[in-house]
Design a protein around this ligand. Structure first.
Ligand SMILES: [Cu+2]
Length: 492
């Protein structure tokens, strides 16, 4: 009897032990999963207020390392301004209002077009009438001094309600540009805080009809200069036209012409060298990008179609009422026009950076999901691309994610060297906004000639708000502003 009790007790003790061990193993296994997840979650949290120069990690691109960079050491961003002694030649006041979630600039959207001539000093006074979140203006494609770049928390504080801010820059490069908010930009730009900027050459060709086409989706359908559908321009046969197209949307725009061949005169504000006439091909304009077309209105009229949306007719509509089909072939700027001197030698760059875009599961500011990565890293743990003034810089941008990305580097224009290993053979293809389709790989090059801290981000502004943002930073420059903080700076 006693023996049986003993055996029973022993069996019970064993089973308790086994049960405890199972709980222990299960607990350990759970912790093994939860602890790293917790750590990942915690390290993904973006502080409420932070210095962009202190975020992420420096990437020196194979060039010399400056140990002082990133610390408070050098010229403050706020001092990188245009010549303060030079009086303004062009003065504008832009007043921004928001009503029912829609933004207007001086009562309209797109806002007024700012026009200047090369060599003129432009001074724009931005007034925030009633936007509680604050606003800024970024001069998209204009290589302004850093403190005029309009990025909240990086180059200035957001302009609060009833406050104002003055931007000053020299109109140096003729071309088609635009302005838009870089405060809560994924909301404010989509909802109308934008307008065009045209810098004319010193001597404009006489007798050319200038036509602007600002493409924007306000939510419902695509619009052109704020209008849906067909816009007719009264031009006689034989009239030469310069059409300046600005894509202010988050996605690629396609345009094509019926009735006459055309030439692509300029891309992102930079003239194409010896453009050839184009027929039967469409032109892609990346988000944020611009193209200028040149054509002569024929007797039967000319028509430009923009994606599935609006169209411009010059004189008669050559298509009657039928909507012309979208051409299958896309004009390839990699081989368009004739080669010319780049002005620098990109074959032996001082720094070479990878900007590899991917997507993976993780936490973004504590939110679990599938997020964009830069070189495998999630925002804010992304590279800070470090350069020294005068460096020749090469970026290898590749897209291994499942979505196309229009990449935009502030403050600089870069030349496309190659796409998927195929070298550029046409006119120097100079860009500030480059569509990088899924699976593609571009090499671009530029000279680091504009000191500051410059955003280098996706211009699908939704993607930028989801962390597809990095910066290019010059050694010898220190930050002056904080993201977050009292002004509520929120650049994306
Ligand atoms: Cu993107």
């Amino acid at each position: 009897m006693a023996q049986r009790n003993w055996a029973e007790l022993r069996a019970r003790a064993w089973s308790t032990l086994r049960a405890r061990r199972r709980i222990l193993v299960a607990t350990a296994a759970t912790l093994a999963i939860l602890l790293p997840l917790g750590w990942m979650w915690k390290s993904s949290l973006v502080p409420e207020t932070y210095d962009i120069a202190a975020m992420g990690y420096p990437d020196w691109g194979g060039g010399p390392v400056d140990e002082h960079a990133g610390m408070h050491h050098g010229t403050p961003v706020k001092d990188l301004v245009a010549d303060p002694d030079r009086p303004a030649d062009v003065r504008e006041t832009l007043t921004v209002r928001v009503k029912d979630g829609h933004y207007t600039v001086n009562g309209t959207s797109p806002g007024p077009t700012i026009e200047a001539t090369v060599g003129q000093m432009v001074e724009v006074r931005l007034v925030n009438d009633n936007v509680p979140d604050g606003i800024t203006l970024h001069w998209h494609g204009v290589d302004v001094p850093n403190a005029e770049d309009g990025v909240a928390g990086v180059t200035q504080d957001a302009v609060g309600e009833n406050e104002e801010h003055v931007y000053r820059f020299l109109a140096e490069d003729p071309g088609t540009y635009w302005y838009h908010s870089h405060q809560v930009s994924h909301e404010q730009v989509r909802r109308g805080l934008l307008g065009a900027l045209v810098i004319h050459p010193e001597t404009s060709e006489a007798g050319v009809h200038e036509q602007l086409a600002v493409l924007h989706r306000y939510g419902d359908g695509p619009t052109l200069n704020g209008e849906e559908g067909l816009t007719t321009v009264d031009t006689p046969p034989g009239q030469r036209v310069r059409l300046r197209v600005v894509n202010t949307d988050n996605g690629m725009a396609s345009l094509w012409m019926t009735g006459t061949p055309f030439e692509v005169m300029a891309v992102d504000g930079v003239d194409v060298n010896q453009p050839e006439p184009v027929t039967g091909e469409r032109v892609g304009v990346p988000a944020g990008g611009r193209v200028d077309l040149d054509f002569v209105v024929p007797a039967g009229g000319a028509r430009v179609d923009f994606g599935a949306g609006p169209a411009l007719v010059f004189g008669n509509d050559p298509t009657g009422d039928d909507r012309p089909p979208l051409p299958r072939d896309v004009l390839d700027l990699l081989s368009y026009g004739e080669p010319a001197d780049l002005g620098f030698d990109p074959t032996h760059p001082d720094r070479t950076f990878d900007y590899d875009i991917g997507k993976r599961p993780g936490f973004l500011d504590g939110r679990p999901g599938m997020w964009w990565t830069i070189n495998g890293h999630l925002f804010p743990d992304v590279p800070m691309f470090m350069v020294e003034e005068g460096d020749v810089v090469v970026f290898r941008i590749s897209n291994d994610s499942d979505s196309t990305h229009p990449m935009h580097l502030h403050g600089h224009h870069a030349v496309v060297l190659s796409r998927n290993g195929k070298p550029a053979t046409g006119s120097p293809w100079v860009i500030d906004s480059l569509e990088v389709p899924v699976g593609d790989r571009f090499e671009i090059a530029f000279v680091a000639d504009n000191p500051g801290i410059w955003m280098d981000h996706c211009h699908n502004l939704r993607h930028a708000a989801e962390g597809l943002v990095a910066h290019l930073m010059y050694t010898g420059v220190e930050s002056s502003y904080l993201v977050g903080g009292e002004p509520g700076n929120q650049p994306e």
